[in-house]
Design a protein around this ligand. Structure first.
Ligand SMILES: *Cc1c(COP(=O)(O)O)cnc(C)c1O
Length: 403
């Protein structure tokens, strides 16, 4: 394995090797520069870090447990499986780590208004939550189809005082919602901060979002050292934009003996338009501000994607993952809808934990790999979110119809 120097990533212009960067309209250049400069100051400011730490603890519920899945380990009959319980955080997933960090930055920048995009609604709910906590006006852009599919999250955001703005363009899903949020930002950049929801978009977002989620890996590292007195052999996480995965992986990147696998959405299988596994048949391109692996046809048109989990259903992957794949440091694979649904059911039945469908993709890979590993090996899998939001959808696949 090649050693990857990770501390230097990205460079000053936001490049992770040849990936990343900042491809935005002229009007956003100054705002992104301002954001980058303020972020570096905040990162080095003990007061900022102390406030973030206190809110992560008292408002969000950190630190999250590292839980030994005893019965699942026994059932699979191989490596010991630990779950990093991000599902126990306020609002039910890792996303609040980033939303909270960014709203504290917005406050430092003197911004009065928050905007965000959301697909399934999880990032929208996390953003609406922190906006309520700080009393800032908040508009969340969401595709009209997603609003129908995720009605409960629309109600949650409205209860939290946010304005949910339906987007009718194109496929009426996440990609169009991001376009609308960028359009709003260009118009209102003086008083508005855009809380982007994954390790994607133009610099400094991939770096900044990663840093706000690094707490996952930092805690997991200390917890496993205390529990097992050694580092894990394998880290596993699902990869949509890649924020929960990079949060877990990043603090371990320089530990050569720790293997890492990111699991993308294989949907109905690797056929055009039927999946969202960018490293399976994707190509290098630019989408929504960043250069990375994405799913596009020969003319550069973005392809349709499909996944049973809305949170993994996006045509581009975060640029740092493109870099880590290129460097051979992290391996990327995929799980199909069926495999994810199977793992979803198994974790619920065996461990008493209903995971998010996104997370279930990582769990599907655990099911494959754990039995092939010796019993003295250790896996840490990021349990990125809880599955309450997915129960109704899963019921269509899992339970026999009543007549
Ligand atoms: C949004 C979401 C994801 C996918 O986003 P990443 O940025 O790849 O982490 C994964 N799991 C859950 C529970 C989510 O809500």
């Amino acid at each position: 394995m090649s050693t990857v120097t990770t501390e230097a990533q990205p460079d000053a212009s936001g490049h992770f090797g040849t990936f990343g960067g900042s491809f935005v309209p002229e009007t956003l250049v100054a705002a992104l520069d301002e954001l980058t400069a303020e972020y570096h100051k905040a990162k080095a400011d003990p007061e900022f870090q102390a406030e973030l730490k206190q809110l992560l603890a008292e408002f969000c519920g950190r630190e999250t447990p590292l839980y030994l899945a005893e019965r699942w380990t026994e059932k699979l009959g191989g490596a010991k499986i630990y779950l990093k319980r991000e599902d126990l955080l306020h609002t039910g997933a890792h996303k609040i780590n980033n939303a909270l960090g960014q709203i504290l930055l917005a406050k430092r920048l003197g911004k009065k208004r928050i905007i965000a995009e959301t697909g399934a609604g999880q990032h929208g709910v996390a953003t609406a939550t922190v906006a309520a906590r700080f009393g800032l006006e908040c508009v969340v852009y969401m595709g009209a189809i997603d609003m129908e599919r995720q009605h409960l999250n629309v109600v949650r955001m409205r209860l939290l005082g946010s304005d949910v703005c339906g987007v009718e363009a194109g496929q009426k899903t996440l990609k169009e919602a991001v376009n609308e949020a960028l359009r709003d930002w260009v118009t209102n950049v003086r008083d508005t901060h855009y809380i982007l929801g994954s390790a994607l978009g133009p610099h400094p977002y991939p770096m900044m979002v990663r840093d706000f989620h690094r707490v996952i890996g930092v805690e997991a590292r200390a917890q496993i050292m205390e529990r097992e007195e050694r580092l894990p052999d394998l880290l596993i996480a699902c990869v949509g934009g890649g924020s929960n995965a990079i949060g877990l992986f990043h603090p371990f990147l320089d530990d050569e003996n720790v293997k890492m696998v990111g699991v993308e959405a294989g949907g109905h299988g690797i056929k055009q338009g039927e999946h969202a596994a960018r490293f399976q048949g994707g190509k290098l391109g630019v989408l929504q501000g960043t250069k990375t692996w994405l799913l596009a046809d020969d003319d550069g048109q973005i392809e349709l994607t499909h996944s049973v989990s809305a949170g993994l259903d996006y045509a581009a992957v975060g640029p740092e993952h493109a870099f880590l794949q290129d460097a051979g440091r992290v391996e990327y694979t995929y799980a199909t809808d069926d495999e994810a649904l199977d793992a979803f059911q198994e974790l619920a039945a065996v461990e008493g934990i209903i995971p998010a469908l996104e997370t279930s993709h990582a769990l599907a890979y655990v099911k494959k790999i754990a039995p092939t590993m010796d019993k003295d090996k250790i896996i840490v899998v990021n349990l990125s979110g809880r599955g309450d939001k997915d129960v109704e959808q899963a019921s269509k696949y899992l339970l026999p119809e009543e007549d």
